[in-house]
Design a protein around this ligand. Structure first.
Ligand code: 5GP
Length: 112
């Protein structure tokens, strides 16, 4: 079974694109858990945060700034959540690094 996000990066599977540059792609989650639910992923193949290394520092920071910029575009810049699951027991289902940007409703509940 191919990794769905790798296929999205390659253009083999379509996505509802929100942002793209040379390093990063962002698209709407197929099963949104909030009015705004965007996935921000690196084009580089990184499994999760546990798989990231020192050389990915700038990329990880840029992904967070992309999340912030999308939050502003969607009008949720004052209240949003960025979450990443690293490992199956943490809830990771797709094994290509992704940040969930969530907002547009109250997110005051527990994280897990
Ligand atoms: P995880 O559980 O790995 O942290 O999050 C994976 C996310 O990817 C889920 O929120 C799920 O709805 C989303 N997802 C899975 N397959 C696809 C897909 O083919 N397209 C899009 N846009 N989102 C997907």
């Amino acid at each position: 079974m191919k990794n769905v996000f790798e296929e999205i990066v390659k253009g083999n599977i379509p996505c509802d694109k929100v942002f793209e540059n040379e390093r990063i792609l962002a698209f709407n989650d197929i099963a949104p858990q909030a009015p705004v639910h965007v996935l921000i992923i690196p084009k580089k193949s990184i499994t999760n945060i546990a798989d990231a290394s020192e050389e990915d520092s700038a990329l990880l920071g840029e992904m967070l700034l992309v999340a912030k910029a999308i939050a502003k575009t969607r009008g949720i810049e004052d209240n949003f959540r960025v979450v990443t699951n690293s490992g199956p027991e943490a809830g990771q289902g797709v094994f290509h690094l992704h940040f969930h940007l969530l907002g547009g409703r109250s997110l005051s509940g527990r994280l897990g």
